[in-house]
Unconditional design. Structure first.
Lengths: 206, 591
């Protein structure tokens, strides 16, 4: 029969239409919020989602997975921005594919020797391609990828040290699993170092 | 099972080498440079040798034509890769000419029609003149462009240094913005003494001349054809051209008599960018080729450089790679179906249904790699990170519980739709012979009845461990081209199910993480079956941290070679659908 295929197809659309409302009703009956709640959004991102699963941005936002990456930031320990993890080794600037990082090193005013702390650290966020290499290859866990993607502005987004620095607690908040893993690794390393120093101290005594 | 297979390969290639050199003792020599393979053919005998390779040695599919500028040796080399559609490893042959303009090499367009666009590209970017090519115009660079940007002595407008990392970034940090280096504040370099007043672009005339010449109205038997022929320019801002593709079409009434695609609007010289970058830095740039399938692009590049570095890939990483590549294929084909229906005029509903599943797959990519589209997930020897537990669970959920049912639903939704069937059925796309001649690969070739799938024909990664069928259909019409995507989704799901069951534990990279990889001198040609066709990379290393030559054989670009053959004689309304069949992505066409 001519038109059977079209009717079959329309059946699929009708089914979708029904499912959208059935899902809404079933959430309403169970007294849960399908919209504007993390639970509802998670459901709409899962395999069980049915019907329309539009997320009403910006009122609702998709749940960001931990590994989500958008533009880098520098990590500092403590509350003030003094204890910077970065040693200005420059690996991030070397590995950066669009070459958007540039670093000015600090020299000790008395000796003139380089100090492991950047005097200036610039990232041109307009050029940054969010590849995440800088965070991946930083040996000091000093540069990490951010979750904040709403950085549009009317000017060029060249971030300086002041703007790039964010506390380690913020890092722990956006990437809890990675943070714990790194802290554990660091503690293990420190413990190994301490044990080695102890052994070295014990050796001459014996 | 691997060991005997590889010995037979070596035997076969030694045999081939011996018989080829015996057939042409004067003109063919084996390429003896360390790290290189294949043959060097004398320029004078190139066409003869190529014809023999096609007819006597059955290398019927020309994969790549590209050039390498060996400036130190004052040589320009043209590299050809040819394959057999029956499978097995390919053959590399090269011809070398002195690097003195005009650099002339005979065109192979009469041997393999698929050489057309690739030779034009080599002319445009390297300045190699292919004598005998009927339509040797610039293809990617704009009208009035001076020079050949892939030559080693060409410096772009924003030139800073030959290779990254640039010294200015570290440690002094006296960085300047690229746009301040040029008086026009633009990425344009004008020739000496250029004046806009006297400038007369030739390109348009050349295009229309070429369009006129290849028109079927000139064919014998068409002399008596009456009526005006009209030239229509579709694009570059035509919604159905999937980006910025312009197509100049000559029409007789509503019938296409001649057609020429014009591309390059999105050209950024990916090859040159690659040669400025270090090996690792290229990885995120490959994401931007076919931006629907960054995982497949990463895959091809990683396979190529691993071949060059001769390093193994961690077992678990191989499975992760396959899982990602197949998920990518599923979402690509769903989008293809949705967009095809869009092009046919049924706006949005089917494409948005396809987008729903794609959304769920992109969520996985995001959880795994950190980005939805620009994944940058593969590293040499493995992948960046293991799949997080929740993402793994979601992949399993989707593969085992959802995607199969949703593919069924999509088929129920569209397959029997009378309007769709009327539009697609019996509209001829390509037959097997035409497809092979024009180097078309991917679903279009398989829908024409050639079961050529690199996952079977020349298995890479761990594809030889999975049980799946090569999707193939035989009519070569649009409806088959459409149905074959569903077949491929099903086969991908089969592979995914097996991969998810078999995936072993262990490390995800065989190498230590390093930002500067050591790549020994030599060449490598790696190819993978991307959802659009055969995606291949040709990389030449001279032992330095940056590749000496980096070339991408983009399936969309090469498949476009066949578009004129496909469209001649069909109605203009079908052109849009036929173009959709090729499943092109301009990021990959223009590179």
């Amino acid at each position: 029969m001519y038109g059977k295929g079209i009717l079959k197809g329309l059946g699929v659309t009708l089914n979708r239409f029904m499912e959208t409302y059935l899902d809404d009703i079933s959430w309403w009956v169970r007294g849960k919020k399908r919209y504007n709640s993390p639970e509802g959004i998670a459901h709409r991102q899962s395999k069980n989602t049915r019907g329309i699963f539009t997320v009403q941005y910006p009122e609702e936002q998709l749940l960001q997975p931990e590994e989500f990456r958008f533009v880098p930031f520098l990590v500092h320990d403590g509350d003030d921005k003094k204890d910077i993890r970065c040693t200005s080794c420059g690996i991030c600037a070397k590995v950066c594919p669009p070459q958007c990082i540039w670093i000015v090193r600090t020299n000790d005013p008395q000796t003139g020797k380089p100090v492991p702390q950047p005097a200036e650290f610039y990232i041109d966020m307009d050029i940054c391609m969010n590849c995440g290499f800088c965070a991946e290859y930083c040996p000091f866990d000093a540069i990490k990828m951010d979750h904040d993607f709403a950085i549009a502005s009317y000017e060029r987004n060249v971030y300086n040290l002041e703007k790039l620095l964010k506390p380690a607690s913020y890092y722990a908040e956006i990437r809890p699993l990675n943070y714990t893993k790194e802290e554990e690794a660091r503690k293990a390393k420190e413990a190994a170092k301490a044990a080695k120093a102890e052994a070295a101290a014990a050796a001459p005594a014996a | 099972m691997t060991a005997p297979a590889s010995t037979t390969t070596i035997d076969a290639s030694a045999q081939l080498s011996a018989s080829l050199v015996a057939r042409f003792p004067d003109s063919v020599t084996a390429d003896a440079r360390p790290g290189f393979s294949g043959f060097i053919v004398k320029k004078e005998n190139l066409v003869e040798v190529a014809t023999a390779l096609r007819d006597e040695f059955s290398f019927d599919l020309l994969s790549t034509v590209t050039g390498v500028d060996y400036i130190a040796e004052n040589k320009m080399e043209v590299v050809y890769h040819a394959h057999r559609t029956t499978g097995g490893p390919g053959i590399v042959f090269k011809t070398q000419v002195d690097r003195v303009d005009p650099i002339e090499v005979p065109s192979l367009i009469n041997v393999w029609a698929g050489a057309d666009f690739q030779e034009r590209e080599a002319w445009d970017l390297m300045g190699i003149k292919f004598t005998g090519h009927p339509d040797l115009r610039r293809i990617l660079m704009w009208e009035g462009f001076e020079g050949h940007p892939l030559r080693k002595d060409y410096k772009e407008a924003f030139y800073e240094e030959d290779v990254k990392p640039y010294k200015s970034r570290w440690p002094e940090g006296n960085h300047t913005y690229a746009e301040f280096k040029n008086p026009y504040r633009d990425n344009v370099k004008l020739p000496e003494g250029f004046s806009l007043d006297n400038y007369q672009p030739q390109t348009e005339d050349q295009l229309y001349f070429s369009l006129e010449r290849s028109s079927t109205k000139n064919d014998a038997g068409h002399e008596k054809e009456m009526g005006d022929h009209m030239v229509v320019n579709m694009g570059p801002h035509h919604p159905s051209t999937h980006g910025v593709l312009r197509v100049a079409v000559e029409l007789n009434g509503e019938t296409i008599t001649s057609l020429k695609p014009v591309m390059g609007y999105l050209h950024r010289n990916h090859d040159k960018i690659g040669e400025r970058n270090t090996y690792l830095q290229i990885m995120p740039y490959t994401d931007r080729l076919d931006y629907f399938n960054s995982m497949a692009n990463n895959f091809g590049y990683a396979v190529t450089v691993e071949k060059l570095m001769k390093i193994p890939v961690a077992e678990r990483a191989e499975y992760i790679r396959v899982i990602m590549a197949e998920l990518s294929r599923v979402q690509n084909h769903l989008i293809f179906i949705g967009m095809l229906i869009n092009d046919l005029g049924s706006m949005y509903t089917p494409s948005l249904y396809a987008f729903e599943e794609r959304e769920l797959i992109l969520d996985i990519f995001e959880a795994v790699s950190g980005a939805r589209m620009m994944c940058n997930y593969f590293r040499f020897g493995g992948v960046v990170r293991d799949i997080p537990d929740d993402a793994m669970q979601k992949i399993k959920d989707l593969v085992f519980d959802r995607l199969q049912a949703k593919t069924d639903e999509m088929e129920r939704f569209l397959n029997e739709n009378e309007v769709l069937v009327a539009r697609l059925k019996d509209v001829h796309v390509l037959n097997a012979e035409e497809a092979i001649r024009h180097s078309v690969t991917g679903p279009c070739l398989r829908a024409a009845g050639v079961p050529y799938d690199l996952r079977r024909a020349d298995p890479y990664s761990v594809y030889d461990r999975f049980d799946f069928d090569v999707a193939v259909r035989y009519n070569g019409d649009m409806y088959d081209n459409y149905l074959i995507r569903f077949d491929e989704i099903r086969q991908s799901l089969r592979i995914l199910e097996q991969a998810l069951k078999q995936i072993p534990g262990g490390p995800i990279n065989s190498q230590k993480p390093q930002y500067q990889v050591r790549v020994p001198a030599g060449e490598a040609y790696g190819r993978v079956e991307s959802p659009k066709g055969e995606l291949a990379y040709y990389v030449v290393s001279n032992g330095k941290p940056n590749p000496y030559r980096y070339h991408v054989r983009a399936p969309s670009f090469v498949n476009l070679t066949a578009v004129e053959t496909m469209c001649k004689g069909v109605k203009i309304a079908d052109f849009v659908a036929l173009l959709a069949m090729l499943d092109i992505v301009m990021g990959e066409v223009d590179r």
